[in-house]
Design a protein around this ligand. Sequence first.
Ligand SMILES: *Cc1c(COP(=O)(O)O)cnc(C)c1O
Length: 399
Amino acid sequence: MTTANTTGTATLTEGVRAEATIDLAALRGNLDALRARIGAASVMLAVKADAYGHGAVECARAAVAHGVGWLGCATPEEALALRAAGIRPEQARILCWLWTPGGPWREALRAGLDISVSGMWALDELLPAVRETGIPARVHLKADTGLGRNGCQPHDWPRLVEAARRAETDGLLTVVGVWSHFAAADEPGHPSIRAQQDSFRTALATAEAAGLRPEVRHLANSPATLLLPEAHYDLVRTGLAAYGLSPVPEVGSPADFGLRPVMALTARLALVKHVPGGHGVSYGHHYTTPGPTTLGLVPVGYGDGIPRHASGSGPVQVGGKWRTAAGRVAMDQFVVDLGGDTPAIGEEVLLFGNGDRGEPTAEDWARAAGTISYEIVTRIGARVPRRYLGAEHTEGLPA
Ligand SMILES: *Cc1c(COP(=O)(O)O)cnc(C)c1O
């Protein structure tokens, strides 16, 4: 693992085509900034989808070394991979919430995972696995308080709660958590926010009336962590904000919330060439050079997670100037019009970063592609090597 500095102003590693630098010092700083907002509540770092493209194992390790005791995964496979990488139950609880029939219940019990249960079908699969392994389950019951995605509908909730309580009394499981997820916490004032909070209170009251005493009640994602203190309860589940991006760009930038982008994406110009005016550029010739100019070839494309929807709009910085993807983003490459400039072949192209060098951010790419910054960083593919900055701090060396 290469480490350069902890400032996040990464320089591209010698000889590489492209690279995503992951600033673990920024991750730690973001976790501190989030903790400062949540009083006595704890942080769960969402590390699903390879930590939103940042590297699940590396980010989980850095967070755990920084005192984070909860990790969140979508699939049990993601959670099992973290245990296989050496993150032990006494270091961090790992909740996985997206189960399907036939899932790895036994492996999850043996690995000491926390298991989310959204319906009776899951208890019906989990309890035989508990009896077989002799390992009581740690369960978080998930209520659908209005998102209309995963979680148990209010109508079915009392029955699920009663069944879980019976299993708890029988020593088969502990209901560690009761939880839910917001639909529109990123839209301040959206009527669903208050309705979901009311519904969550009702779900909690039903659970308590049935005798359940969950250690953690949790509802907040990043936007709710930043904007809705009354939704913090005992634990907040933060992904995007911990990775230094704003879940509410219309409300505030990362800096406004004391956050710093963790990922920067850089590539190396693969070609610089003079072309005449009227020259079509890339598939379909959706860009034509307005006059004699220079073109720069950026050797990343949608095969690396660069959105094709950012054809003609995706911003980069080359030689201190912003340029725009000229024509289509292809699978492996796209082109920028350098307007007559002749940077060296091999010169750095900053696609996005924390903005310290005046470069675009993931949010700029999100806007260019008509999506959200979540998708921009999460999609950066396995073909792009990750370089970790600030990892030495995890080992206790001077920062
Ligand atoms: C992804 C996810 C989160 C984290 O969301 P952010 O907005 O990135 O903080 C929290 N809870 C659930 C259920 C999720 O799926």
